[in-house]
Design a protein around this ligand. Structure first.
Ligand code: GLN
Length: 289
C-alpha cells in the first residue's frame, strides 16, 4: 500500500498519482474533506495530523477508482449545483457548472420580463438529477415548475433531491413535451439542457463521462441538434403568447440553434450567450414581448 501517514503526505501522493493518469488532481482534497467531514480550510489546518488507518485504506481505494475513470461524484454520491447538494448516480448526468449559468441567465430574464406576474409556469425538459428544476423552484417562489424525463430511473433521483431540498415540482414521465401536449397544458417558460453531443464525438469523450454517465443524456443525433429540431415543432404547442425559451447548447452550436428559434418564432429576440470560458453555451429567446 502507498507509504504515507500524514494528511499532507496523502494529498501529495494522490495529486501526483491523479495527475500522471490525466485526472483532476484536486480530487484527493475533495475526498479527504468528505471522509473527515471537514471543509477545505479545516483540512489545510490539519495537514500535519496522522490519517486514521481506516480512512487511509478507503482513500487509497477511492483514488484507485477515480484513476480507473469513476467520477468522484459517484464515489461521494453528490455534486454541488447552485449552492446546493444534489444526489447523483449512473442514471443522471452529473450537473455541470456551465448549467448554473443557464439557470442564472434564465432567472434574470424571468424577473425582467415577468416581474410582477404572480405565477409563472415553467417546464424543464430532461429532468436528470433535478438540478435545473429544483434550483429554479427554490430561487424564485413565483415559479410553478414542471419537469419531464423519459427515464423513470432519473425521475427517482430528481424526486429524492426535490424532497430533500424542499422544492415543490410536478414530475412527468415522457418524451420531450409530449406529456404537456397530451394534457393540453400551457407554460410561460421552456428550459432544457438536452443531449447535444454529436454521435461521432462520443468516442472522443473521456471514459469518466462516456462509461459512467447515461448516453441518453449526452447523444443528440448525428450533428447533436436533433432535440432542438424536435423542440421547434413541440414548443409552439405549449408556449403561451409571451414566453421564454432557454437552451444549453454545445460549443459551436449557438448560431444554428439561434437560427432555428428565429425561424420558428418570428419577431423573437434571440441571444447566444457565452459561458465564463468564452464558449457559446446558452441560447435564450424572448417571444411575444
Ligand atoms: N456538457 C456535457 C458534457 O460535455 C454534455 C451535456 C449535454 O449533452 N447536454 O459532457
Amino acid at each position: 500500500m502507498a507509504e504515507f501517514h500524514k494528511i499532507f503526505e496523502a494529498l501529495k501522493w494522490a495529486s501526483s498519482f491523479l495527475r500522471e493518469n490525466g485526472r483532476d488532481e484536486n480530487i484527493g482534497e475533495m475526498l479527504l474533506c468528505h471522509y473527515l467531514g471537514m471543509n477545505r480550510a479545516k483540512l489545510l489546518a490539519e495537514l500535519r495530523e496522522d490519517l486514521d488507518d481506516q480512512v487511509k485504506a478507503k482513500f487509497v481505494e477511492d483514488i484507485d477508482q477515480v484513476v480507473s475513470g469513476v467520477p468522484v461524484q459517484h464515489i461521494i454520491g453528490y455534486e454541488e449545483f447552485y449552492g446546493r447538494r444534489f444526489l447523483v448516480n449512473e442514471e443522471v448526468l452529473i450537473p455541470r457548472p456551465e448549467t448554473e449559468e443557464l439557470v442564472q441567465g434564465l432567472l434574470a430574464r424571468i424577473e425582467r420580463l415577468f416581474g410582477a406576474t404572480k405565477v409563472i409556469k415553467v417546464v424543464d425538459v430532461g429532468t436528470g438529477s433535478g438540478a435545473i428544476s429544483v434550483s429554479l423552484a427554490l430561487e424564485n417562489q413565483q415559479l410553478d415548475v414542471m419537469t419531464v424525463d423519459i427515464a423513470k430511473t432519473s425521475i427517482d433521483v430528481a424526486q429524492e433531491n426535490a424532497g430533500q431540498l424542499g422544492a415543490k415540482i410536478r414530475f412527468f414521465e415522457g418524451d420531450l413535451l409530449g406529456p404537456l401536449v397530451a394534457e393540453g397544458m400551457k407554460v410561460d417558460v421552456v428550459v432544457s439542457n438536452p443531449p447535444y453531443i454529436p454521435e461521432e464525438d462520443i468516442a472522443t469523450l473521456s471514459t469518466v463521462v462516456k462509461d459512467h454517465e447515461p448516453l441518453r443524456a449526452l447523444v443528440g443525433g448525428r450533428d447533436g441538434l436533433d432535440f432542438y429540431r424536435r423542440f421547434m415543432k413541440e414548443i409552439p404547442l405549449v408556449l403561451n403568447e409571451k414566453g421564454i425559451v432557454a437552451f444549453e447548447v454545445g460549443v459551436g452550436q449557438g448560431e444554428a440553434v439561434a437560427e432555428m428559434l428565429s425561424d420558428s418564432f418570428l419577431g423573437a429576440k434571440v441571444e447566444v450567450v457565452n459561458d465564463i470560458n468564452g464558449k457559446d453555451r446558452m441560447v435564450f429567446a424572448e417571444i411575444g414581448f
